[in-house]
Design a protein around this ligand. Sequence first.
Ligand SMILES: C[S@@+](CC[C@H](N)C(=O)[O-])C[C@H]1O[C@@H](n2cnc3c(N)ncnc32)[C@H](O)[C@@H]1O
Ligand code: SF4
Length: 320
Amino acid sequence: MDRLEKYGSLPLPQSIDVHPTAACNLKCSFCWGPVHTIPDGLTAEQWKQVLQVCSEHGTRSVVFTGGEPLVRKDIGDIIKFAKELGLYVTLSTNTLLLKKRAREVLPYVDEIGIPLDGSSAESNARMRIGSAYAYESAIMAMHFVKQHHAHIEVTIRTVVSKVNSHDISNIGQVLSDLRSFWDRWKLYEFNPISIGDMNRNEHELAHDMFDEIVLAITQRWPEFPIVPHPVDIRTGRYLFIGPDGELFAAGPHGSDVIVGSWRELVEGRLRYDQAQVVDPRRNRAHGVPRRLSAPIHLTADGDSLVAGPYYRLVLKCRFR
Ligand SMILES: C[S@@+](CC[C@H](N)C(=O)[O-])C[C@H]1O[C@@H](n2cnc3c(N)ncnc32)[C@H](O)[C@@H]1O
Ligand code: SF4
């Protein structure tokens, strides 16, 4: 019996990334999130349905990302519901609205992702475009969370790009001085996806350069919990639910693997064998995707496979 028949309905990965909104109060040119003009497709009640179904089918943790999740007025309601389902909740936020929304969201958050892309307000503003206050806000958020919500794990996220590659060790020094206010530092190699793909010439680094920067940082601060995130690590690791309710996985070379829609998910009609890989050159940032290839199959051990014309993709997000 195949696994879809065996479970009667669909298994989902242990962790999902959701984009409750594509809207954002910044306009970072490296951003791999959805283009900000995509309207919010789901109401809070519909997001709750999605989260409920996911938690009933094997999902244990959810990352709220975007866009900027705190721009959405009803985000507190959605996050609280996720926590009530018993999910491990991560909030990835640029922090600009954190103080305003703190009471609505932070009691229900287990982990927060705080971005730091420069070692000063000026250098951070070259990456995080649209607010000169983004740097100060991130530093204040680290203090605020550890002082008032000590249960929350703080992950600092730095995108390493051509624009800030000279500044990463200075960011390390800032973090060294703030060591008690964060738990891990994720270093993301700039990945040219979505808006970032339109600005890749400005940001893209050689892979070797990223590896050298990570090595230099780990040698200088061997005691730091550093989590490197090279571009190829993304492929097959995530299942996203976009602001328009589309379910997609990360395919090779920045492509998306469109699995279905939120409605198919909540109505139990989602079929992985109808998933399509979207051409990376025509990905979701560039309008209507060109659907490329072949069906996804679940393997006996719960990985799923996409057999494309040029590659075989294993989605490592473990299906039950
Ligand atoms: C898309 S943002 C959404 C959440 C929130 N707006 C923020 O900026 O923290 C999530 C994380 O992805 C990182 N990121 C954005 N674009 C990226 C890219 N092209 N490559 C690697 N990481 C990226 C951001 O710096 C941030 O830490
Ligand atoms: S990285 Fe975050 S803050 Fe920057 S534009 Fe993308 S969604 Fe907005």
